[in-house]
Design a protein around this ligand. Structure first.
Ligand code: GLU
Length: 302
């Protein structure tokens, strides 16, 4: 059976881009008669207060979404993440990394984003004695060693993709030096444990997918079907972000009904020609991945 999910990070109020993702993930799973799960990705606890997680759930209910079973919270899953980290450590795949953010940035062009950043392996070759000495003054992050191997996968919307992890990414972080687990570890652990077979999410995360596939394989699990949806841009052509308050649900719910918001989303992703009010049930009838654009979508002025 198909199992889809929506996995928002509650570091701000949901915006139209997040809602488009939920809409398409929900339609895809429900259209196939599948299960649909909701997971709150609050692994980075300091950035994700409980009040924003509650708000996120309330916003999804306001729009009429439903999901199966209880909401899963990443903050409840630390023991499980630790277990997985241990499994990888036992395979000899992990090592402590003492590099600070400043160290990493002086080695590379400082304006490279996290996804383009390639870890040069500075701490991969430390001896036991060096590790002990460094541990006295600093806490370490934990990285996983990646193989010099091409990862190839097929995305339902973005087509065939390939990346060599060693060349294009480098060893990546599983647990941060402040003790919080990384998104990469948490998302894979959760999707495996929840039996997720279909991952629908923003195209901005496409570049993290090869790292996640590597974790699936290393843990002996079958990766899901990947579907990376286009990003929504504001009327000026900039990517929507949580700081864009005028397109978040706080502002939108003051101006529009849930049906009108669904209409805006449906028109943006071409499930309907005009932004007229609609319901989840009628969108479910219209839904077809072949109608959804692959490129970023610029929103009109609302
Ligand atoms: N939590 C991520 C976000 O809100 C989504 C992660 C995923 O769907 O894999 O952007």
């Amino acid at each position: 059976m198909v199992t889809g999910r929506f996995a928002p990070t509650p570091s701000g109020r949901l915006h139209l881009g997040n809602l488009l993702c939920c809409l398409l993930a929900w339609c895809s799973a429900r259209k196939q008669g599948g299960r649909f799960l909701l997971r709150i990705e609050d692994v980075d606890e300091p950035r994700c207060p409980a009040r924003l997680a509650d708000q996120c759930i309330e916003d999804l209910r306001f729009l009429g979404f439903d999901w199966d079973g209880p909401v899963l919270y990443q903050h409840d899953r630390k023991e499980r993440y630790q277990e997985i980290l241990e499994q990888l450590r036992e395979k000899g795949l992990t090592y402590p990394c003492f590099c600070t953010r400043a160290d990493l940035h002086t080695e590379q062009a400082p304006n490279l984003g996290d996804t383009q950043y390639i870890y040069p392996g500075t701490c991969a070759r430390l001896t036991e004695a060096e590790i002990r000495a460094k541990s006295r003054t600093r806490t370490s992050a934990i990285r996983v060693r990646v193989p010099d191997l091409e990862i190839t996968f097929s995305d339902r919307l973005q087509g065939l993709r390939r990346e060599n992890l060693a060349r294009d990414c480098g060893d990546f972080v599983l647990r941060r030096s402040d003790g919080y687990f990384s998104y990469q570890l948490a998302v894979v652990a959760d999707d495996i444990d929840s039996g997720v077979t279909e991952v629908v999410r923003g195209r901005d995360i496409l570049s993290a997918t090869p790292r996640q596939i590597f974790l699936y394989r290393t843990l002996g699990a079958q990766p899901p079907q990947w579907i990376h949806i286009p990003l929504l841009l504001d009327p000026q052509g900039r990517r929507l972000a949580k700081r864009d308050k005028d397109l978040d649900l706080d502002a939108l719910s003051r101006r529009f009904s849930p049906e009108e918001i669904l209409g805006l989303l449906a028109c943006a992703c071409r499930l309907q020609e005009r932004p007229t009010a609609t319901t989840l049930l009628s969108l479910l009838r219209e839904f077809d991945w072949d109608r959804i654009p692959r490129e970023s979508i610029r929103l009109p002025k609302l």
